[in-house]
Write a protein that binds this ligand. Sequence first.
Ligand code: GLA
Length: 725
Amino acid sequence: MFKIQRTIIICIILISALSTNAQTIHINTNNMSLVYNVSNSKLYQLHFGPVLSSLKGIEYTGLIYNEAYPSFGNGQSDEVALIATHADGSIATDLVYKKHTQTTSDNIQTTTIQLQDERKPFYVELNFKAYQKENVIEQWVKIHHKDKGNIRLEQFASSAIGFKAESYYLTHFYGGWAKEMMMVEEQLTNGTKCIETKRGVRSTEYENPSFILSLNQKAQENNGEVYMGALAWSGNFKFGFQVDDQERCQMIAGINPFASDYLISSSDTFLTPRMILTYSNSGKNAASINLHRWSRKYNLRDGDQRRPVVLNSWEGAYFDFDETKIKNMMDGASEMGVEMFVLDDGWFGNKYPRNSDKAGLGDWQVNKKKLPNGIGSLIDHAESKGLKFGIWVEPEMVNPKSELAENHPDWIIQRMNGREMLLERNQLLLDLSNPKVQDFVFNVVHKLLVENPRIAYIKWDANRHLQNFGSTYLETNQQSHLWIDYTKGLGSVIERLTTKHPQVIFQACASGGGRVDFGALKYMHEFWASDNTDAYDRLFIQWGTNHIYPPIATGAHIVKSPGHQTRRQIPLKFRCDVAMGGRLGLELQPSNLKKEDILFTKSVIDSYKKYRHIIQFGDLYRLQSPYDNDGFASIKYVTQNKNEAIAMVYSHEFHRRNERNLLKLKGLDENGIYRVVEINKISKKSTVDCEGMEISGSILMNTGIKVDLKKPYTSLVLYLEKIEN
Ligand code: GLA
């Protein structure tokens, strides 16, 4: 009863306001609308969902949400986007609407809404970019003031969004080292569900800053209302989803405010990271395609450039190599058609050589014992074999056993007052809030690239969290800035480097998938999805990852069997077919491969090169989930003009004689005729009975293809080409 009364009262206030000082702000893309309304000088969100072709009568939709950017102290007791302690110690903030601007050019509608505290010179600017064709809205917030003295920000969300449905199903991506991006879905109940990290660095290892929210049912691939979101930030984040007594769901998302109070003076501006949002009323596959297309165009370095096939030395050599061994690896890589050789950890350090993870990190001079002729000689050899050369660095970190730690102990993030420091992988973290340290980190990589201008690829690693909280650089009253200033410092170093060296490919690695976020991808070309290279586990890791992040950016390598993490025996073809689902690479010692394995791997690399435009730039369709208990997984890539497609099917369990896998394809042209060809074959016999046939798109999508995979770890890759319209 009370609930109904409260809703009616809010409705009446809003409706009367709409008819008096109504001011409606419509942010929209081709398929999505976000509508705000000014009522009694306050800004409310009225709608977020399908595009509205007209706003006439919007006040009657009954979708009543909270304020657009709820602040603490304004009389509400729900989750808030902003908490600020003003210079006079008061903690109430009441934001009122001042004005807004909206412009559209080149596919992007830009909206800025100015809010101000009712009593104080305290300003909040809500910013939106709406990408028309990709159906993505980017949202971020600018906070500043003109008060005397500092204002302490204690909560500073990027996004506050309301949803309205009868029930909500939240999918998020959790995990750990070697188990990143596992998916879990749960129905939200009343109260607040939070997903977050407080680890500062390797911030996406345990929980990714992204979500899927499905309305009224569990998220389906091809039907239902689904929202997806991700925060472009490589640091602590927190997303809270509060379901209230009126069945509304309010999401507050942004930097995690945990132990991160931030002081701003009148000359500072606090900018939040961007929250990326998309919506689909035809299920989550369409929402993923929105994010993939958007990121390739607007949020991935060189998202329209083909990615090379890489051989990374780590699992093939670890720390145990010298110049001869590396050159031999290059010879083997070149024989198989690899295009980029990447030298991993272990190439540096002299006083404390980096022969294990115990020493040398921080001393970025070439190890003269291992590589007496330097990196130049390796690059010469690589190029003589038709390979480009890349190299591993981990410049944010330092081993206590290093010249860097001896010379600059104050550059290390530390627990103050002589407290013992926690080591992780025998290493500590450099203090990137300090501009001098930023310059050092910049120069480590800059110098390497200037001295070796033919280095074409940097694998940027980060192998610990930020737990020894304390900075010798930050003022005593600003120690809580560390998490935010670290992430901003890192962003500025990477931005400087990638601007100075635009031709170099950058990979974000952090013990595997610890830095998989749109903040990193703005400057980097790809990420290392996981240190777990077991092809069966990768089915799950890549499945989760590619819900949000595009396959072109997903480093996926063929490894030896049994693999170094799980020791599972997996046939080479299955390993190849799984790695082919992302940015294909290898992570092995070629000289350990048998002749026939070299030939097969070469044939896979050849087909990848031939068809990579489909995988790297096509739309990804998820056909069969590895999470469903039928022992199959399948995905498909289709070029945007629907002329070509690659379908990949994996059997990861035993299937009895009569267990059929009828694969219904997606994303094809219904009226087109496609020729079906199996690639990556190990024998002449095909796994499908329609090999070489010409079949209409509508039959392929509605009747499907019979796939004859019976054994665990068997797989199939099909190439489909449209031959008639
Ligand atoms: C991390 C990375 C690996 C490898 C090692 C090297 O674990 O994730 O790929 O580069 O460091 O030490």
